[in-house]
Every structure is written in structure tokens, then in C-alpha cells.
Design a protein around this ligand. Structure first.
Ligand code: ADP
Length: 262
């Protein structure tokens, strides 16, 4: 049965980390991708499971949008994005006929696919499986948590921007984590200030510090902030290896110590 296959497919996975955000556009997928890169930089093997069925952006970020997934005896073979085979991906993006096709499905069909994604991907040995989720807390999140929970204790990273609205959204995420028994590994404040590439002065385009305040309020760790960085978005748009190109990535300090958090 799917359950038996799933147990063996996740048996080589050490840690599962869900990346959550209260709303879209705050950089959840960017942080998920950056987290994978920084963990790889620390010598870890990482898989990314993209369960953002309606807006899968992980394949494009890794320049893998034209890849197909294949079946093997133990399930779907994930897509490897580097020669060392240290990062592998699974996303609905690989299953769509055209990368820009929209998924217009009702809940039960989405939930069935999520269960399959959790059970049927032959990840092999992974230090971390990072799960990129849709924005908010929807049915898909509940399905994902329920499908993963029997196999591994789960941690969550919450991504927010500094503004009050996004922070309020994250407050709901914290509640969701408490209710579903997800351990909050910490909060990352993304788009936190802009460092001018010409004069290096940091301008706080949005107010700063909301993520840290919220972390204090909710009693969860604050992992750090990632400034708005034109090179980061450009590099991800083009699917380049940001960490390798810019070893002092602005995203790096906030994400690098997650490996030690779990
Ligand atoms: P979400 O997954 O929350 O919807 P994305 O990760 O897709 O958000 O990010 C939305 C857009 O913002 C993307 O174009 C991405 O390149 C850009 N972006 C995210 N974080 C940063 C950052 N720290 N600096 C610059 N651009 C960023």
C-alpha cells in the first residue's frame, strides 16, 4: 500500500522542515531555495518538496522547469539539480504538460496528490527534506502535515516581511503550528531593508524588526533577517547558484545555522 511505500521512501530522510508564510509574495519559496543552498554549502544532502500546487516556483528557481520525473520501482525519481547530486526536487511543475499550465483542482484531488508526493518520491538518503508550501494555512497544509507526521517529527520555518500585516499573518501561522504539533524552528524576516549596491547604505523600505518582535511575542526563535537584494532575485530568476556565486550571500547568515537548530 502507499503507506508501506511511503515509510520506506522517507526512512532515509533525517529532518523534515516546512517553510510557511501567512501570505504570498513575502519570499517563502526564495527562502526555501536559499535554505537548501545554504544547507548544501554546509555539506548536507537536501531535497525540496514543492507542494505549492497552484504556484510552483521551485523548478524555475533551480532552472529545472524543463525536467521530467520518471518512475522507478520505489516511486518517482526526484530531479537532481547539481552534479554532486546534493539537491533534489519534486514539484507539480514537473508533472504539468506546460510549465505555465494552471492547476484548477478541487481540494480532494489536491490532497490525493500531496499524499502521493509524500509517500511515493524515492528521495534516498537526505539530511533535510524542505517542504515549500502554499501561502496561508489551507487544506493543503493540513494534508501535508498529516501525511508527513507518521514518519518524522516536523519543524517549521515561518517567513515574514517586516510590515505589520504580514506579521499578523504569521501570528496565525504560529497558532497553526501549535494546533498541528509542528515545532517552530524560527522566524525569518525577509525583505528587511535594502542595501544600496552603490553606497552600501541600508534603507529600511518597510519598517524593520516586526519579525523579531513577533518571535519574542510568540516565544519562538528569531533566525535573522534577509535584506532585499537585487542580486538575489536576479540570480534566482535566472536559476543561478547564488551561494556559490556570492559566498557572502545576504541570505546566508539567517539560514546557515538552521542546520544546528534541529
Ligand atoms: P512567495 O513564495 O512568498 O510567494 P517568492 O519567493 O516567489 O515569494 O518571492 C517573490 C518575489 O520576490 C520573487 O520575484 C523573488 O525573487 C523576490 N524576492 C524574494 N525575497 C527577496 C529578497 N530578499 N531580495 C530580493 N528579491 C526577493
Amino acid at each position: 500500500s502507499a503507506e508501506v511505500i511511503g515509510a520506506s521512501n522517507l526512512s532515509g530522510v533525517r529532518h523534515v522542515v516546512l517553510v510557511l508564510s501567512g501570505k504570498g509574495g513575502v519570499g517563502k519559496s526564495t527562502v526555501a531555495a536559499q535554505l537548501a543552498l545554504s544547507l548544501r554549502h554546509a555539506g548536507k544532502k537536501v531535497g525540496i518538496l514543492d507542494v505549492d500546487l497552484c504556484g510552483p516556483s521551485i523548478p524555475r528557481m533551480f532552472k529545472a522547469q524543463d525536467s521530467d520525473v520518471h518512475q522507478c520501482d520505489s516511486g518517482w525519481v526526484p530531479v537532481f539539480v547539481d552534479q554532486e547530486k546534493s539537491i533534489s526536487l519534486m514539484s507539480i511543475g514537473f508533472l504539468l504538460e506546460k510549465p505555465d499550465d494552471a492547476v484548477v483542482w478541487r481540494g480532494p484531488k489536491k490532497n490525493a496528490l500531496i499524499k502521493q508526493f509524500v509517500a511515493d518520491v524515492a528521495w534516498g538518503e537526505l539530511d533535510f527534506l524542505i517542504v515549500d508550501t502554499p501561502p496561508g494555512t489551507s487544506d493543503e497544509h493540513i494534508s501535508t502535515v498529516e501525511a508527513l507526521r507518521p514518519y518524522r517529527p516536523l519543524g517549521a520555518i515561518l517567513v515574514t516581511t517586516p510590515q505589520a500585516v504580514a506579521v499578523g499573518d504569521v501570528r496565525r501561522e504560529v497558532t497553526f503550528c501549535k494546533k498541528t504539533g509542528l515545532r517552530v524552528l524560527g522566524i525569518v524576516e525577509n525583505m528587511s531593508g535594502f542595501v544600496c549596491p552603490h553606497c552600501s547604505e541600508c534603507t529600511n523600505i518597510f519598517s524593520k524588526g516586526g519579525g523579531e518582535e513577533l518571535a519574542k511575542y510568540a516565544g519562538v526563535p528569531f533566525l535573522g533577517s534577509v535584506p532585499l537584494d537585487p542580486q538575489l532575485s536576479q540570480s534566482l530568476e535566472e536559476g543561478r547558484d547564488f551561494i556559490r556565486e556570492f559566498p557572502k550571500s545576504s541570505a546566508f547568515p539567517a539560514l546557515a545555522h538552521i542546520a544546528q537548530q534541529v
